[in-house]
Design a protein. Sequence first.
Lengths: 306, 895
Amino acid sequence: PFGGPLSSEMSVTLDIKLKRANKVYHEGETVAGVVTLCCKEPLQHNGIALSMDGIVNLQLSSKSVGVFEAFYNSVKPIPLISSSIEVAKAGKIPGGKTEIPFEFPLISKGNKVLYETYHGVFVNIQYTLRCDLKRPLLAKDLSRSCEFIVHSQPQKSKIVPTPVKFSITPETLQNVRERSQLPRFLIRGHLDATSCVISQPLTGEVQVDKSDVPIKSIELQLVRVETCGCAEGYARDATEIQNIQIAEGDVGHGMPIPVHMVFPRLFTCPTLETTNFKVEFEINVVVILQDDHLITENFPLKLCRV
Amino acid sequence: MLDGTDPLSMFAATETSAAASHSSSVGDLGRKRRVKEEEALGADFEPWSTKRGEILARFTTTEKLSINLCMGSDRGKAPNPGSSAVSEKVRTRLEELDDLEEGSHRELLNLSQQDYANRIEELNQSLKEAWSSDQKVKALKIVIQCSKLLSDTSVIQFYPSKFVLITDILDTFGRLVYDRIWTMCSDPRPLPDSFTVEDVNDTAKETCLNWFFKIASIRELLPRLYVEAAILKCNRFLSKSGIQETLPRLTAMIRGMGDPLVAAYARAYLCRVGMEVAPHLKESLNANIFDLLTTFRQISGDSVQKQLHLQKVEVPAYLMLYSPAINWILQCVAYRAPEPLLTEMMERCKMMANNALLLNSIMRAFRPEFVATRATDFIGMIKDCDESGFPKHLLYGSLGRSLACADPPESERLTILNEAWKVITKVRNPQDYMNCAEIWVEFTCRHFAKREVNTVLADIIKHMTPDRAFEEAYPQLQSVITKILMYFHDFSVLFSMERFLPFLDMFQKDSVRVEVCKSIMEVFIKHQLELTRDPVILNAMLHICKTMHDSVNALTLEDEKRSLALLIIGFIRMVSFGRDFEQQLSFCVEARSTFCNLEPVLVQLIHTVNQLAMETRMVMKGNHSRKTAAFVRACAAYCFITIPSLSSIFSRLHLYLLSGQVALANQCLSQADAFLKAAVSVLPEVPRSISVEGKLRSSESFLLDFINNFLATLLVVPDHPEHGVLYLVRGLLNMVQDYTWEDNSDAKVRIYISALPLLAAMSQETYLYSIHKVDSNETLYGGDPKFLSEINKLCETLIGQILDHLKTLTRDEQSMRRQSALAFSLFGVLLAHGDLKNNKLSQLSINLWNLSHKHGHSETRVSIRTLESIRHQAQRPDMAHLSDTIQRLALQSRT
């Protein structure tokens, strides 16, 4: 009973394994898995508990801090779900590998909505399972956590994709200093939809019909627009998630070049709007000419899950 | 673990946790699978592996290359829109994927081509190492960095080879990923070859999906395309239609590549993996070639032209860089393709104003039969081609290559040849001309006769002679000869081609000329089945053989000499003038002077002449007329003067003996005498050791063999009237006596012993054998007592010598053993050839028997059998005296 605390601690490992390989769950489902314990010798413990937490972390960008000191309160983490169950009562675990299966219903309390998992810069929505093993005196408690992913419920209403056409010429540009110095070009194209199903790629075509200066690169920039705040004020920040090059060099004219971008998992979520924060997405079609002129066409996106 | 905010860190995290279960027995199973799948393609599809080497050998450079393993170019670029808002942390995270090591920027400059290949191979190794040490992200980074190198078109002439080297790495990567996921599903039993999505477990699917998400986030177009193509096969784990959906998407994606060369090779790679994984999906292959065709006009665009100007590369050379890629794509398209598709390709080509580059690839890639049946069409298209850029002789070269293995309609063949040659003959550059002409020689030989081939040869000579252009084209010229020899096996036709020998004269470099002559001779020996006297063949062959012979010098290796000699001998053996023996002899005379440096040839000539003499004898049924007698003497004279020129002493000895026998058979007594005398006089020169197959060996046994053979011949050789009795026998024995034998050798005595039977035979009234129309000593002396007493004296001397020698053999065990053996063999000779009624001789034989048994060195079994044999003989009435002898032959029992 008074075995060396260090030695016993060294030999215990605690792990949580989820049943689903992709760790994706929806509200109302049961998060199932096993808690595994490996120890060489029998292990005395004071109970094993499993807790589930869902939380929205908000952060103000450095430039916003100070200006918005007034609503610091608004950036407190927002809990979405928090509950815990006892996996095992205090007792003894035999040496070797022990697996304790668990089932944890994923149900929010009250009218809280379980937002979809999202890893952003200023907004983070994250769900974790934590297992705690309480141990008698002299031995440290053990703890292990594991992220699982929540996908929001499929949207009920059907999305009818509406293609968006665009045509870029020197005349269509805004924010131009010397319009007269611009080379002539005509770049046309379309996106198959700006209301996008998150699990399907963004598609479309772009075609260089004419360009006095050869193209250097055409890129698709996926941007997240995160807004934190409240009625008193808010901070809105646009940051790049990823940039995908779809054309490199002096591409042939008149040939449709496919637009194709897979929405990265975790870093995108269905467009989200709440009282405290917003997560929105935009796509920029960026054309860079060989003389380093930069032409951008911006499209707000609405992401949803079906 | 959760501090990451970008795809990469997440990916790395999941990878490392999933990697824990990785087992290492993956490779074998995976490899077997791959072999099977490739077989699905059919053996008639020429695999990429055969092209690899060709491309690497063909597209080389002496310029310095560089490898830039970092996104240097991207860093210095204008800031991305909206990037001002991107936090520093995020930016570096995003760029990490592009770096090999965090913060590393490796730029290797001034690499030679070999260095470059080595560096790429190093990367291939570090890819494998990273993989096996579970650093999957590092492995991916390496692959991305390598693919990026393919967007660099500096030192453009090396690009095709660079493509080969780098796609090797991509292939490795594709295999590693596939095998890894495959083994994740091998529990409890391996996946069947024909597995479906349902057989794949969730973990494997998730891992596979991770790879695809990871690759989809690669920033740059080129690596994103190449890496996804590399793991195309992994789609099988995710969905049934994955490959089918991915191929068209990737095909369309290539449109974004501005550089037409880079795009063409990307297409070639896509077709390559596509063919390997799903050869039945033809649409993407077709889409690739059609897309490629539309990019052709970019070649004449400013960007490409500027680049060529900067790198100082000519347009034709630049166009050639495309050919491996286009050839490959077309080969994939054409593989088991229906005729209409091929016809459509031809039509497309016509629509594009017969674009030469495309036309060339079509002719290369399509089935030769297809091209051959439309050869006339193709010629028309070649004619209509734009001359600039792509030289026509290359087009004709490609056409010729098809026609060399498939036949156009018979009625068109001559027109085709004329049309083609009209263009070929106008090619100025000798190297270009030769490359093309060489190909067309095969078509000409295949379908036409001497006259046309001769014309072609004449044209080649005309082109290659000025400025000694042939010196630069030996391989091609050699190939022309090889092709002609493949089709023309009738050498009288071949050599009656006027320009054939002049063509051979172009091979002025010794080694090549001999090489060519050898190849002609080899074909001659293989295919000339009948003896010939055709003067055209003989003259040409003599010329060729002489060329080979004259190449021999002090530095020529023995092996080379041997093989040349064999070829020349092969020719000599095929020459026959039938009954015109005199001409045959004069041929041999000429051949002797021509081939004097190759001893085996001279030996053959001597054999040929001896054979000639024997044939003459046969024709005359042994009765020579004056004329034939003179002829066979001439033959003997030929041999007599030829033999001394041989350096091998045993060749000389054997040929003297053989020629002596032949002379004897032809009643040329004095000639025979001369031969045998010569042989005897050469004997002292025989060295104690000779080289046999490169090893020094004692010559004694060879010499003993020869002398025994010689003795047997001497029985029938009549004594020379001017010399004494048994002149040759004495002469031989004298030589034997004077020869410096090896120490402790019984050779001399053994010869003495073997001479006794000869002398015994000579003393008979009728000899054992004789030669038709030659009187041997039996007739010459008619049993003259003087002759017999000479023989007896000689025998006594010999026996005396032998006994003296026996007496000396008492020193030690070894010599006593020899003594026993010698005594026993002398006993045997006396028993067989001696008259044992003679008491003295009988006593001697008994003594010898005892001597041989004295020290217990005799072989009891032999002794017993000898006794039995004597007992048996003694039963014959005239041998009764042996019974006495036998009583006295005691068997010593060994104690």
